[in-house]
Design a protein around this ligand. Structure first.
Ligand code: SAM
Ligand code: SF4
Length: 446
């Protein structure tokens, strides 16, 4: 049987697109999964252009398949997603052994492009400016049967000055409310117990649909489908409404876990980044969130070394980190992206200075995460089991509603893998920076 391998770089939107790609390759081309790219007949790279590192990794991965392709010229290599969208035919100038280049708006054309490349033995390149935004009838092969990504918006209108996303994903478009709820109902009927609503800025849902409900209504309506756990990413601080906070604090299905990227603690830099909130507004929002939900689990994104960042600007970022008691943070060294306004700024921060700040930030986040985890010792948490631990199959791994990894011993005579997708209650006994350990008190039998 012919096989495929999909490698995904970047954000949750790309992970979701990859599930759709896998579903189409199976349903439309009859392919089965391969364990490694070297063993596959079709290799798809779903790419990310947000930072330079992801591009370098892509080049390394594709180049390492040169020998495989030489041995078997029938192997097809496709590159899609944000780098495909951005580079289109120029991608072949630096990766000449690629057979198909596709973009962010036409993943549903991939099977046809692969077939055309195989029959014509010529590279196929197709990137569209705009496409069918929510091809919800595409087959999907979910990475975990119990979890589904559910896109509610695509694209982005915020144009943060450092960011390539609006340039490769296009303007923001909201999916119809009816369509979102119908998909959530289908997922619940298909035994999905956790849904993550997706959008570059879910909080601005509905702005382009006059008279349609807004994000808080979406959250409420999807929670009402009977889904056990509901998450959402990403929230732009300028658009997170009090209605959304209210729904989060009363709806049991909505996890009290929020990703709220701050990017910087300096209002001067936030203005240069076009984030459209001040440090004070961000801190006041975080205070309102903790007032409404004292047990909130909060995560963020921070960029270090944005052009013009001074020691005083960075000290403000550290103050914000201290104030916000984050549970987790994704920390990035600023990476200039061609075509974005920030890439033209010349007052760059020397690499060693940025790295030293980055290291200090990472240790502040680690201390914060450790403190938040320590506070959970003695509590009983509902854990959604993901399976056995990679190192020891008698250890169960799962996540709390606050998105924290929990390890616990499997009950006697029960294999961890058979419990995947079920809920357990776990008494937390110890806490490290990035995970909790505890004793299982009970679990769902089916
Ligand atoms: N839409 C989401 C948001 O606004 O938070 C996520 C977008 S982006 C894919 C994820 C994160 O990458 C951003 O929050 C930002 O911290 C980081 N990022 C984006 N462009 C970057 C750049 N040029 N250099 C470094 N980090 C960047
Ligand atoms: Fe990029 Fe800003 Fe849009 Fe997020 S909100 S995708 S950081 S432009």
């Amino acid at each position: 049987m012919r096989t495929y391998f999909v490698r995904t770089f970047g954000c949750q939107m790309n992970k979701h697109d990859s599930e759709r790609i896998a579903g189409m390759l199976e349903a439309q081309l009859g392919l089965a999964t391969a364990v490694t790219p070297e063993q596959a007949d079709v290799v798809v790279f779903n790419t990310c252009a947000v930072r330079e590192g992801a591009e370098e990794r892509l080049r390394g991965h594709v180049s390492s398949l040169k020998a495989t392709k030489r041995e078997n010229p029938d192997v097809l290599i496709a590159v899609g997603g944000c780098i495909g969208q951005r580079d289109s035919e120029t991608l072949l100038s630096y990766l000449p052994h690629v057979d198909v280049v596709f973009g962010t708006h036409n993943i549903e054309h991939l099977p046809a492009l692969l077939e055309a490349a195989a029959t014509s033995r010529r590279p196929q390149i197709e990137t569209l400016e705009r496409g069918e935004a929510f091809a919800s009838d595409l087959p999907s092969r979910r990475e975990h049967p119990w979890h589904a990504w559910l896109p509610i918006t695509v694209g982005c209108d915020n144009f943060c000055t450092y960011c390539i996303v609006p340039h490769v994903r296009g303007r923001e478009r909201s999916r119809s409310f009816k369509n979102i709820v119908a998909e959530a109902e289908r997922l619940v009927a298909d035994n999905v117990v956790e849904i993550t609503l997706l959008g570059q800025n879910v909080n601005s849902y509905g702005r382009d649909r006059y008279g349609e409900p807004r994000f808080a209504d979406v959250l409420q309506a999807v929670a009402a489908t009977g889904i056990r756990r509901l998450r959402f990413v990403t929230s732009h601080p300028k658009d997170l409404s009090d209605n959304t906070i209210a729904v989060m604090s009363v709806e049991p299905a909505v996890c009290r876990s929020l990703h709220l990227p701050v990017q910087s603690g300096s209002t001067r830099l936030l203005t240069a980044m076009n984030r459209r909130y001040t440090k004070e507004q961000y801190l006041a929002l975080v205070d309102r969130l903790y007032d409404a939900m004292p047990d909130l689990s909060l995560s963020t994104d921070v960029i270090v070394g944005f052009p013009g960042e001074t020691a005083a600007d960075f000290a403000e970022t550290m103050e914000v980190v201290e104030h916000c008691r984050y549970d987790q943070a994704f920390t990035f060294l600023y990476s200039p992206r061609e075509g974005t306004p920030a890439a033209r700024l010349t007052d760059t921060v020397p690499a060693d200075v940025a790295q030293e700040r980055f290291d200090r930030l990472v240790s502040a986040i680690q201390s914060s995460a450790h403190r938040k985890n320590q506070a959970l010792i003695g509590s009983v948490q509902e854990v959604l089991i993901e399976g056995g631990s990679r190192r020891n199959s008698s250890i169960i791994t799962g996540r709390t509603a606050g998105n924290k990894v929990v390890h616990t011993a499997a009950p006697d005579g029960v294999s961890a893998a058979t419990l995947a997708g079920r809920f357990a209650t776990v008494r937390i006994e110890d806490a490290q920076t990035w995970f909790l350990t505890g004793a299982i008190q009970g679990y769902e039998r089916s």
